[in-house]
Ligand binder design. Sequence first.
Ligand SMILES: Nc1ncnc2c1ncn2[C@@H]1O[C@H](COP(=O)(O)OP(=O)(O)OP(=O)(O)O)[C@@H](O)[C@H]1O
Length: 665
Amino acid sequence: MGDEDWEAEIITPHLSSYVPVFEKDRYSSGANGDTFSKTPASSSEMDDGPSRRDHHFMRSRFASGRSLGNRGFQDGNASEASSSSRRGGKGGFRGGRGGFGLGSPNSEYEQDEGTQRTGGLFGPRRPAPSGPGNGDVYPSRSGSGRGGYKGLNEEVITGSGKNSWKSGAEGAESEDTQGPKMTYVPPAPPEDEDSIFAHYQTGINFDKYDSILVEVSGHDVPPAVLTFEEANLCQTLTSNIAKAGYTKLTPVQKYSIPVVLAGRDLMACAQTGSGKTAAFLLPILANMMRDGITASRFRELQEPECIIVAPTRELINQIYLEARKFSFGTCVRAVVIYGGTQFGHSVRQIAQGCNVLCATPGRLMDIIGKEKIGLRQVRYLVLDEADRMLDMGFGPEMKKLISCPGMPSKEQRQTLMFSATFPEEIQRLAGEFLKPDYLFVAVGQVGGACTDVQQTVLQVGQYAKREKLVETLRSTGDERTMVFVETKKKADFIATFLCQEKISTTSIHGDREQREREQALGDFRCGKCPVLVATSVAARGLDIENVQHVINFDLPSTIDEYVHRIGRTGRCGNTGRAVSFFDPESDRHLAQPLVKILSDAQQDVPAWLEEIAFSTYVPGFSGGPRDSVFASVDTRKNYQGKSTLNTAGFSASQAPNPADDESWD
Ligand SMILES: Nc1ncnc2c1ncn2[C@@H]1O[C@H](COP(=O)(O)OP(=O)(O)OP(=O)(O)O)[C@@H](O)[C@H]1O
């Protein structure tokens, strides 16, 4: 069913019985001021246009929930066969990073965070590329419409019919120009200690992390640290780690922390939900404390020591909360800025002092263009979801960032990159950002799915998907479930449909206003709406407690995106389940990489999927540059045989220092 069909369906009479629940927005902190000196006014909901319906219905009691159960941890790569489905082994398909979208940026993100930036310092604006279905206008039943151009610097809100903006270089605040203003001021997070340190429990498989193979490649690899004590972080940091409930390091932390403490550049790949955020935050904060950082004071131009970028607003906010938690009680001040919010609010947050700046790329470039941030003091540059940050969508933006006036060269800063997926093409691009002697930490199946997620792939045709979705959701009872669809329009449609089915649902996608997105996430987090329909904007990084279930109503276009999506469950040693609807009409290209991903994670591979994979077999399709347990490896594989290969429980040995090392920087 094409987008047009979905649109047609949305306005068909069967939906006319849908009565949106009009909820008064929880957030009261709208602000009118959009310049630095103005004081935020009280609530001004109208600034964001009329409040919209949300998909909030109380779910009636359905059939009793089926427990996921705890899948036993499966170690190693052994395969075994069963009759109707086979546990895939390493044989058969050596699926590569099939479908990697270097050439096809995810337009959802681009619409989300603006990838083609303004002129001025950073060159001319270009229109953001859009994919099928994106940028379309959902015909709102309330009449308010989702119209309006979205994307680029995000400084445009809906409803004006003006698709315009103006670059900083053109002499005005982005939102002060022809387009309507972003006036949303996000509510400040709670400041009491309990809230700051609130955390969820590690799962039954947390200790199994120790048996995951870790490979560190590069020269002079610092030994891993096995415990927090061994890491010798400062006292306040150690106390914060304890308050956060961390008692034991995860593998990516064991290996990355000493690398960062030693001042080395790093590219680290580890499975979703395995603690990558703390792996960079803790050593950066420790270094800052060690170097005697001074508290930054109120100033219009701030010069942060650390800049962290991530592709979505919700993710960068989450990283900020982690930074705030670990820096609690220190003089380090973390600040977050992201699109979809009032620019003046970002300026005010920064002016109060800023050591660690967490930002989405669009807002970051705007704020630099406005000279509210100076880059001279930057010692740490972190790209979370680095493969996404360097692909065609955000890559140009990141290049502009590192060539901004004042930004220390890569020799003078530490650059850290983290992700669960790291395609080779992107690794090559990353060289431009990293010192030639950077270290590459690979934990387990890099680019592989989290082994704590039980994956099921069902063959479901487009027209049968809705029925199957309802059936699946009814069988899972009140389990918190994320349902991924491919387009924003379809997200609205499916959320509306589920509400009609009396399944309490909300949605998040790039066409929703930021306030709505945050409310949707909040409602999902607290369980008010146990079902969240999402586009890929929610695929990466989000760490939400108790997400037991991910449903790929539509499979994504790339296997990497699949890995990130299903990684919203099964986090931190907890188990989860992912069900994917495979439509042979549209998803054939994913058959091969899916078989590989399932095989590598010791999951059942349906016979029909293998058949499709065989029938679409592409000669030369392989799992990577070498037949390795690592789905993706350090592309500088002239290091081959010179890297350290350990289980996470043992310290890495020093890597040899080959004279023939070839820098590809
Ligand atoms: N050592 C630890 N002990 C206990 N909990 C931890 C530890 N490290 C991280 N966590 C928790 O595990 C969860 C997942 O961590 P995080 O979000 O950093 O994962 P991630 O690897 O970045 O995932 P993704 O690839 O999806 O971005 C978080 O709730 C975090 O607080």
